[in-house]
Design a protein around this ligand. Sequence first.
Ligand SMILES: *[C@@H]1O[C@H](CO)[C@@H](O)[C@H](O)[C@H]1NC(C)=O
Ligand SMILES: *[C@@H]1O[C@H](CO)[C@@H](O)[C@H](O)[C@H]1NC(C)=O
Ligand SMILES: *[C@@H]1O[C@H](CO)[C@@H](O)[C@H](O)[C@H]1NC(C)=O
Ligand SMILES: *[C@@H]1O[C@H](CO)[C@@H](O)[C@H](O)[C@H]1NC(C)=O
Ligand SMILES: *[C@@H]1O[C@H](CO)[C@@H](O)[C@H](O)[C@H]1NC(C)=O
Length: 284
Amino acid sequence: MLQLTTYALAAISSIPLALAGPLSKPTTKFDWSSTKAVIAFGDSYTYVQGTQGRQNYSFIGDQFNFAYGTETLLSNKIVQNQTGTAEGGPNWIEYLTNCGVKEGLTSPTSCKKQLWDFAFAGADISTDYTPLHHNYTLSLENQITQFKQYGHTALSKNKQTANPKHVLVAIWIGINDINDSAKYEVPSFREFYKTLTETLFASVETLYDLGYRKYLFLNLPPLDRTPGNQAKSNPSPNATQVAWYNEALAAQACVFGQGHGDVEVEVFDAHARLAGMLDSPASI
Ligand SMILES: *[C@@H]1O[C@H](CO)[C@@H](O)[C@H](O)[C@H]1NC(C)=O
Ligand SMILES: *[C@@H]1O[C@H](CO)[C@@H](O)[C@H](O)[C@H]1NC(C)=O
Ligand SMILES: *[C@@H]1O[C@H](CO)[C@@H](O)[C@H](O)[C@H]1NC(C)=O
Ligand SMILES: *[C@@H]1O[C@H](CO)[C@@H](O)[C@H](O)[C@H]1NC(C)=O
Ligand SMILES: *[C@@H]1O[C@H](CO)[C@@H](O)[C@H](O)[C@H]1NC(C)=O
């Protein structure tokens, strides 16, 4: 995972204001000025190191250290150093929020836009479809279960996150899922990715029920064009699989948005952005 991550995120790190860029379905734009905090879920693309986290994997806890108290979360600090992210420096969500970018320790509570990041390096969506990378890995599903049990309660005691309507939820997931399952013998990858993204959005419903109304999803980068895949005649995953997954994600995001009249949902086209950089690196 680390190699893919470094590769893709080195590129995205150079576009700190991802939200300002073109979104795939720009029906509305988030009101960034009223956004007081970002809550993130995902994998190593998104995880940040916390003083209460597992080294190289998380901001707080893991599958074996599932419970935490309000004080533990609110006093936790983001660690920024060479091993503080999978990118060897600040990652996209730290740039987006400008929280945790500086070397050393940052309390999210000290940031103008607070970053509460529950992403776990190496995560897949659910153990229903792909095995955990390690026994301590928190799947996306379990990140959200854990958040419901402990994180949400803790953040309700914190001024900037007390009202979920001022919070943006950012989710980037699927990179490990599509890689781990690329050679599965499934009757239809299209159907399989639909099931995966339905499971993802079943967890997102949990966040909706907690009151969160603004959602940012990022789609899969051109994973068929990683250095490792460029060296192969048959990339795995291939471009078709990546496109199918991204179609499934866009479709589910649409279903979620239409199913609730009161949510803002954006899918940022990380694929187009990063493919564009690969196609014409000189024009960046
Ligand atoms: C992708 O999956 C293959 C096969 O399961 C595995 O060997 C490889 O380590 C994975 N790559 C990453 C970057 O996780
Ligand atoms: C964290 O990652 C760095 C860089 O890959 C590695 O040198 C270090 O041993 C890792 N730490 C742990 C506790 O796994
Ligand atoms: C980064 O910080 C972590 C946590 O404080 C520490 O364990 C790790 O050794 C540091 N890495 C480097 C390269 O300084
Ligand atoms: C987790 O996996 C490690 C390494 O495979 C093993 O040593 C450890 O006992 C496992 N822990 C639990 C609680 O299963
Ligand atoms: C990619 O892989 C899928 C699943 O094996 C296959 O159906 C499809 O034809 C492949 N596409 C390309 C361009 O190789």
